[in-house]
Ligand binder design. Structure first.
Ligand SMILES: C[S@@+](CC[C@H](N)C(=O)[O-])C[C@H]1O[C@@H](n2cnc3c(N)ncnc32)[C@H](O)[C@@H]1O
Length: 352
């Protein structure tokens, strides 16, 4: 073996960073779950004793957690006072659920991938799928909260206006289906912004639909918003002006069948909005930090979900625009374009 010591040291350095991040993943979940980040960012600087008192937790655990957070660069430590604090930037990422860069929910997603690992390892051997209904609970709420950040700051402000003539219809009063809606975060955001329109959310996972119903009731959205258990290929047709699919087409076993049904349930001049993970068409275009996150999620979440369903096309979370265009074309859509994009999402418009 011809080992280059500089390259070896550089690779070990990278791995030390990655191992540190992996070891700290559950600490991120703990900080989010117990309100440690939120309390520290809102009320700090705090010593470990003060943070423990403010969050009704045990000081010894909080002291160790704070040390790990400071070593991660997620909180600041002042050796002179023994107090910990969070900068405005750290607060935006971990402490403020409404910030445009909040990522505090990622700990739940990482935790779900580890809890479900035995099922996924087994699936690697058998080639069979692991359905959404067989996943750990934290995957559902983690997904809803993690994606909420992007939806809250882009959906009504940028994505819907990028579609041809859709906002005018929504303002006048349109009928909208949110297919694969999960906990219905996107459905609620649209319903709040467009009070003249009606929204129907569909998902094949009963637990998610129950959660979506509870949240809509809490938000006081009344009968303008309704959630029902249906697969993307069976939800009732109703001449929808807009059918949305947020980060779910690639999770489906039969995306061509699903998109065919979408087209058949739409009004003649209706629009389908596909929100999919940002990706280039070729693997080499996606070998970057965003692709790294998505390929990992795809391996343990999206690909097993699709392989569990009929057809099992398993597009993967990095399908890219060309592959998605092909799916839409096979489903009978004649017009397809990239309406807009963010660092994390492609927003695609398909019309019959
Ligand atoms: C990654 S989650 C996204 C959920 C939600 N759209 C969001 O953005 O928060 C994928 C969703 O697709 C749903 N799903 C997967 N296959 C489906 C199918 N064939 N029909 C309906 N829903 C499906 C899952 O139950 C899950 O809620």
């Amino acid at each position: 073996m011809d080992v280059n010591p500089d390259r070896l040291n550089a690779f070990i350095g990278k791995m030390l960073g990655d191992v540190g991040a992996a070891m700290n993943a559950s600490l991120m979940l703990i900080g989010d779950k117990l309100g440690l980040y939120k309390t520290l960012s809102e009320k700090g600087p705090f010593t470990s004793t003060e943070l423990a008192q403010a969050t009704d937790t045990s000081e010894r655990y909080v002291r160790e957690w704070l040390a790990a957070q400071a070593a991660s660069g997620y909180v600041e430590y002042d050796a002179a006072t023994g107090k910990f604090s969070m900068t405005p930037e750290q607060t935006m990422v971990f402490g403020d659920e409404d910030s445009p860069v909040f990522m505090g929910a990622v700990g739940s997603l990482v935790s779900a991938t580890l809890l479900d690992e035995p099922k996924i390892s087994q699936a690697f051997k058998t080639g069979k799928g692991v359905g959404w209904n067989r996943r750990s609970e934290c995957l559902f709420c983690g997904t809803a909260r993690f994606f909420r950040t992007g939806y809250k700051h882009h959906l009504v402000q940028e994505w819907l206006p990028a579609l041809d003539g859709v906002v005018e219809k929504l303002e006048r009063g349109a009928k909208v289906a949110d297919v694969g809606c999960g906990h219905g975060v996107s459905t609620r955001l649209m319903a709040q912004a467009f009070p003249n329109s009606r929204f129907l959310g569909f998902d094949y996972h009963p637990g998610s639909i129950e959660a979506a119903r509870r949240a809509a009731k809490q938000a006081g959205l009344g009968d303008r918003v309704r959630f029902d258990v249906h697969s993307a290929k069976t939800y009732p047709a109703a001449g929808y002006d807009l059918v949305c699919m947020f980060d779910c087409l690639h999770d489906m076993g039969d995306p061509v069948g699903a998109m065919t049904h979408v087209r058949e349930t739409m009004a003649a001049d209706g629009t389908c909005m596909l929100v999919e993970p940002f990706a280039g068409d070729r693997l080499e275009e996606n070998l970057n930090p965003v692709g790294r996150i998505y390929y990992a999620a795809s391996t343990v979440i999206c690909t097993p979900a699709s392989l569990d369903q009929e057809v099992g096309l398993a597009l993967g979370a990095q399908a890219g625009e060309a592959r998605l265009r092909d799916v839409a074309g096979k489903a009978g859509f004649t017009r397809f374009r990239r309406a807009t994009e963010t660092a994390f999402n492609l927003i695609l418009e398909a019309r019959a």
